[in-house]
Design a binder for this molecule. Structure first.
Ligand SMILES: [Zn+2]
Length: 118
């Protein structure tokens, strides 16, 4: 292996001398940077967006306890659910329903909640 020939890890083509000590072609470095920030953004959205946290928690509870089961909202809060974040609030059969993405919930008169999948 000739140490003087550097290969760009993005396009896997040799880097010409004019690139000096750069590890990527200018265009490749830009592509990589764009890709990274895009991935980072998507990951941050999934990791920190309370909306998606809520959706994930609803899903976990719906799977764990079953849809339509009465649950103590404290259980969900303990799991990190944030009742201030939802996509849509609507009235359904006289009840206020809070919808996330696929999953939603409503409060019952006894202050329990019920989760279901849309
Ligand atoms: Zn390249």
């Amino acid at each position: 292996m000739n140490a003087s020939v550097a290969i760009c890890p993005v396009c896997e083509k040799p880097l010409e001398k004019l690139h000096g000590n750069k590890r990527y072609h200018t265009a490749c470095a830009y592509t990589l940077k764009k890709q990274r920030s895009k991935n980072q953004y998507a990951q941050n959205m999934l990791r920190h967006d309370p909306f998606w946290d809520n959706e994930r928690i609803l899903k976990q509870f719906a799977w764990g306890y079953g849809e339509g089961k009465e649950l103590d909202p404290q259980l969900m809060e303990d799991a990190g659910f944030n009742f201030e974040f939802f996509k849509e609030k609507k009235m359904l059969n006289g009840q206020t329903v809070y919808m996330m993405q696929q999953y939603g919930f409503c409060f019952l008169k006894n202050e329990k909640i019920v989760i279901w999948k849309q």
